[in-house]
Write a protein that binds this ligand. Structure first.
Ligand code: ATP
Ligand code: MG
Length: 393
């Protein structure tokens, strides 16, 4: 029944002469996201993208609804320019969208094609009456019209060659298409938070590269596979992801050997930030992105963030900073990373975490605690042994 999906984009419509670049970027991201998933044809007009699916409608909708830049989607039926046929299509679309009664509805018609013999209001009224008659069929008040606050709106657009009919409006994430706002380096662990942080960066148009600090054999190869899988999911939303598997074993060991236990996590995270900053510099990544959220764990107090942040001169974006865990988990489920994130493989923090990590570290104390670490040499070795992968699903 649904021959076309209307794809609406909002914010990117506001960008004046950059608009075309933005829409092109969105189209290329849509093509990327649907690669191997379905067959379809795309058409672009000034304000919208039309996608004509040949198969797998629901899979397409499911994938597109999390693509940054898309504001909403409507699976849409097409009727010829013929009132009787429109009646039939409108009823079918309505019945498909509305499953529970009692319900209220209204019909909204836009008539771009002024040659069509009926006016908008007349079409709405007649189609509304037709639907009421058929749905109610003798029963009272199963379906009623409510023009102010209806449960469902049946939309009709009379166009030059045909008539579009839809009810479902599936919200997308909005934001900007990935690739329209520069590049950032995501610190990607195997947890729930950092993939969500990465996706939120992508939602503002950022291209993401990722770095994972791997402490083999303290963290297993399964933990690494998990991160690769998470990067694969993220790659759906905006193209291949360059993933750095940073060699972190020696650094962990040296921290254990030379630094006070209480400061292990603080120093470990300072080392992560130092390495990330260097990799970002080599790649022209403009910012770092992390999955931190205030107060979630010992290393995420404001005091910790300040001490950890002090080793980098790059802006550190923390898209989750004000979010609660439940909000973060909701997004993780929607973008498809949750199931992978909750697999129980250890990360480096769980292996090395001291019983009583400091929650209010002080910068001078952290610097003092690092004095026996050969920071430069450790970084050099780590960067040399870093593995680079190009991830796609
Ligand atoms: P996540 O769920 O993302 O693992 P978390 O709640 O476990 O986060 P922390 O372990 O304190 O929090 O890590 C905070 C942030 O630091 C992570 O969101 C991630 O951006 C980064 N990070 C932590 N461990 C690693 C790692 N092994 N590799 C890459 N980044 C890491
Ligand atoms: Mg973690």
């Amino acid at each position: 029944m649904y021959k076309v999906i209307l794809i609406r984009f909002g914010e990117i419509g506001l960008k004046g002469k950059n608009r075309s670049t933005f829409v092109n970027q969105l189209i290329s991201n849509i093509k990327w996201a649907l690669k191997g998933l379905a067959n379809y044809k795309l058409e672009r007009t000034y304000g919208r993208i039309y996608l004509y699916p040949k198969d797998n409608l629901e899979a397409i909708l499911d994938r597109l609804k999390m693509i940054p830049g898309i504001v909403s989607l409507s699976p849409t039926a097409i009727a010829p320019l013929d009132y009787r046929k429109l009646e039939k299509t409108a009823l079918e679309v309505f019945q498909d969208a509305v499953e529970e009664y009692p319900a209220t509805f209204k019909v909204e018609t836009r008539r771009a094609n002024k040659n069509f013999p009926m006016k908008s209001l007349e079409i709405s009224r007649e189609i509304g009456a037709h639907i009421l008659r058929n749905i109610n069929q003798g029963k009272e008040n199963r379906l009623t019209v409510d023009v102010h606050n209806p449960d469902f709106i049946l939309n009709i657009e009379v166009r030059k060659d045909n008539i579009y009919v839809y009810t479902r409006v599936i919200p997308g994430p909005g934001g900007l298409p990935v690739g329209s706002s520069g590049k950032g380096l995501l610190l990607l662990s195997g947890g729930i938070d950092s993939p969500v942080a990465g996706w939120l960066g992508m939602k503002r148009g950022m291209k993401i590269e990722a770095i994972y600090f791997h402490s083999f054999p303290y963290t297993s190869d399964r933990a690494k596979e998990k991160v690769i899988d998470l990067a694969k999911v993220l790659s759906r939303y905006g193209g291949k992801i360059k993933l750095y598997i940073s060699y972190f074993t020696e650094i962990q060991k040296e921290i254990m050997k030379h630094c006070p236990r209480k400061y292990n996590i603080t120093i470990m995270r300072r080392m992560m930030f130092r390495l990330a900053t260097e990799i970002a510099r080599q790649n022209n990544d403009l910012v770092l992105v992390t999955g931190e959220s205030v107060g979630q764990v010992a290393s995420q107090t404001l005091e910790s963030m300040q001490v950890i942040n002090a080793v980098t001169n790059l802006p550190v974006l923390r898209p989750l900073i004000t979010m609660d865990k439940t909000e973060i988990m909701d997004i993780a489920r929607e973008i498809g990373t949750y199931e992978t994130s909750i697999l129980p493989y250890e990360d480096c923090c769980t292996v090395f975490v001291p019983k009583h990590p400091v929650t209010k570290p002080r910068l001078e104390t952290a610097i003092e605690a690092e004095k026996d670490l050969a920071i430069e040499e450790l970084m050099e070795e780590s960067i040399e042994k870093t593995e680079i992968m190009l991830i796609e699903e």
